[in-house]
Design a protein around this ligand. Structure first.
Ligand code: SF4
Length: 406
């Protein structure tokens, strides 16, 4: 695995030389070091910092271990794209449904030479019959001739990965419109990975994966199966936000532990995921330079998590378990005869409460069938609550979502 790291001191110097060192602000790892976050006229100008790369499965592609998630106002934040590219965060993720392809396309129209540096990822989330039109629309929006990695968006099972789809993928590759193909999954991730590993034609999967989920035997086995099949894995939701919001006392305790170590808890959660070499990259929402720099600092920093750090994360996971939805919708949705899209509603609530992104939350909710949206308050969810391994108050959350997003 090709990974290069620089010291925190080198990284700060380089950011300073780039004129943005002062943005490495309080509250993250660099602020905890004794190194000044600015440089002087006498400081040497160093080569630009680049985030280390990892192989993406057996595709032959090397990708940065930190990827830029595109669920923010990309059109108004072009500087984030520019700095991300400069610092080697060149895996850019978007989706037709996010409405941000045009923002990335705007950047590529202005800087067409940037295309060769980028690993562009977008997703299709409509009827499979419309994929060719969907792909062409994405190419047009992104102002590019090809997509590096094209995903089916948000699968909770692999029934749509048919032979017809395989033939479509082969043609799209032969036409040089896509290089690689796969899917994203926020629900039943373990089953999706295990099934996809048997197919032999899936290049990449983006999955919900974090310090909580990565510890389970089922997830370990699924990641092993995917890695053995040569599938490149992109982790998302690595901060493990929940639909209910978490106890601030647990957050303060975790934050306090990592401040002593020189990290933020957010950086520690990234580091925990990167400890698994089967994960090629973490896709992170980085809507501003402060978060981008903080995450890059975590990627560059050489310090390993200790046993005490892992214990702190484990304690936090246990304390906040009742507020976290693990995406095992095969359990709760089956208990409700698949009449209530619990997983998708939980996802909307997570965007609302953990990300504070009302627009995205509403947009995820709006994609649900009308009957599901309007009937949420009326469902008796007792059977699902009994089955839920995390003990989530599913009925209450469904009602809250119905009221919040009505
Ligand atoms: S509500 Fe419970 S059973 Fe349903 S997906 Fe979330 S954690 Fe799993």
């Amino acid at each position: 695995m090709k990974e290069s790291h620089v010291s925190r001191r080198d990284f700060v110097k380089t950011l300073g030389a780039a004129g943005v060192g002062s943005l490495v602000g309080a509250g993250h790892a660099l602020a905890q070091s004794n190194t000044p976050a600015t440089t002087t006229a006498a400081s040497p100008v160093m080569a630009p910092v680049k985030v280390p790369t990892r192989p993406f499965g057996r595709t032959g592609a090397q990708i940065p271990m930190l990827a830029l998630g595109g669920m923010f106002d990309v059109k108004s934040n072009q500087l984030v794209l520019k700095q991300a590219r400069d610092w080697g965060v060149t895996y850019w993720d978007t989706a037709a449904g996010y409405g941000t392809e045009a923002g990335m396309g705007m950047f590529l129209e202005k800087y067409p030479e940037a295309r060769r540096d980028l690993f562009l990822v977008t997703k299709y989330d409509d009827d499979p019959g419309g994929m060719t039109a969907g792909l062409n629309k994405s190419l047009e929006g992104l102002k590019t001739d090809y997509i590096d990695l094209y995903f089916l968006h948000s699968l909770d099972n692999t029934s749509s990965l048919t032979d017809d789809l395989k033939a479509w993928v082969e043609k799209a590759k032969a036409d040089k419109k896509i290089r690689f193909f796969g899917f994203s999954t926020h629900a039943n991730m373990e089953n999706c990975l295990t099934s996809a590993a048997k197919l032999g034609w899936i290049d990449g999967i983006m999955l919900t994966y974090n310090f909580r989920l990565m510890q389970t035997d089922a997830m370990k086995a699924a990641a092993d199966a995917a890695a053995k099949a040569g599938i490149g894995l992109t982790a998302m939701k690595s901060q493990s936000g929940g639909p209910m919001g978490f106890d601030t006392g647990a957050d303060l305790k975790l934050g306090g532990h990592f401040i002593q170590r020189g990290f933020t808890q957010q950086q520690a959660k990234l580091k925990a995921v990167w400890e698994n070499p089967q994960i090629a990259t973490i896709c992170s929402q980085m809507p501003n330079l402060a978060i981008l720099q903080s995450n890059i600092a975590a990627a560059l920093d050489k310090t390993s998590l200790t046993a005490a750090d892992h214990a702190a994360l484990k304690d936090y996971a246990a304390e906040t378990r009742p507020g976290y939805c693990a995406g095992c919708t095969r359990i709760c949705e089956a208990a409700l005869d698949h009449q209530v899209p619990v997983g998708k509603v939980m996802r909307a609530l997570m965007y609302h409460r953990a990300y504070g992104d009302q627009e995205l939350a509403r947009s995820v909710f709006a994609q649900l069938p009308q009957t599901a949206r309007h009937g949420l308050a009326g469902f008796d969810c007792a059977a699902a609550e009994q089955a839920c391994p995390h003990g989530l108050p599913i009925g209450q959350l469904m009602r809250e979502a119905g009221e919040l997003f009505a």
